[in-house]
Design a protein around this ligand. Sequence first.
Ligand code: TXA
Ligand code: MG
Length: 313
Amino acid sequence: MGGLITRIVADGAEAAALLRAGALVAFGTETVYGLGADATNDAAVAGIFAAKGRPHFNPLICHYPDEAAAWGDVVPNDAARSLAARFWPGPLTMVLPRRADSRVALLASAGLDSLAVRVPVGVGGLLRAVGRPVAAPSANRSGHISPTRAEDVIAELDGRIAAVWDTGPCAVGVESTVVDLCGPVPTLLRPGGVTRDALEAVLGPLAEPGTAIRAPGMLASHYAPDAPLRLNVTIPRADEAVLAFGPTAGQFQLSASGDLTEAAANLFTGLRVLDALVRAGGWSGIAAMPIPESGLGVAINDRLRRAAAPRGS
Ligand code: TXA
Ligand code: MG
């Protein structure tokens, strides 16, 4: 890999032209920066896996400008239509049966008979200009922290991708909620920007994923900083850099007022900043203060647990 000069482009038209030509282009969605490629171009999709060092069994989400475009590649059911009406554009990904005539590269869905689709906020114009589904995982190297700023994408993928469209910091800060609608009962595969309560208000009770890992990307160790991370720390050691939440100060404050929306938006920047602090010397690791397990706190705690999990799992 490497050898490319990664450019920061200022406008969506240029990003769209590059994507149409088969190049890899990162762009900000409301959740995190995605590493986009024309999902119908086998070589471009293969390039995503190579640039990220992503295992080929881990399928990608396809992005669309609107609901009608998404239904071109999957078969929606009533639950999917209700969720689309309520949450799209927005931080919700639906896993649905892939249409037999879909032109999405088989590699994008890792050979599964399902496909993950999403209509994000803020990049509708780009997606419309591309005119094809855009496959986009988070724009980090596999296992690393998702980027929420253009500079984080450069830190992760400089020299491996053609361009980054700098769309500013991401508003939500954690990835989309992934819900599997292929079975009789909707199943929550990944907590994210749309809370479980909000989903259940539309769908009724959700099922828990079975023991088989249905979202193949949900490995125990993920979103991992280099530094060791301790969770639910109320009394940090003197040499720990503190990821603070609430009135007590720390080396990085997620939200002094204890606001979970603000904390989610700051989460991955906080992990990157503290990781850099530990790497610079003087600190033994990161200590994260407790975050309530409600609303967006569920997604925040999910990412923190994966960031703290033993590596290589
Ligand atoms: O917010 C987001 O979802 C961001 C932005 C860029 O859209 N994207 C993102 O993609 O987080 P990624 O690849 O980092 O995570 C996608 C997750 C993975 O856990 C993957 O295994 C799961 O969705 N997934 C994708 N296709 C699937 C499928 N057909 N069945 C089950 N899980 C699937
Ligand atoms: Mg990811």
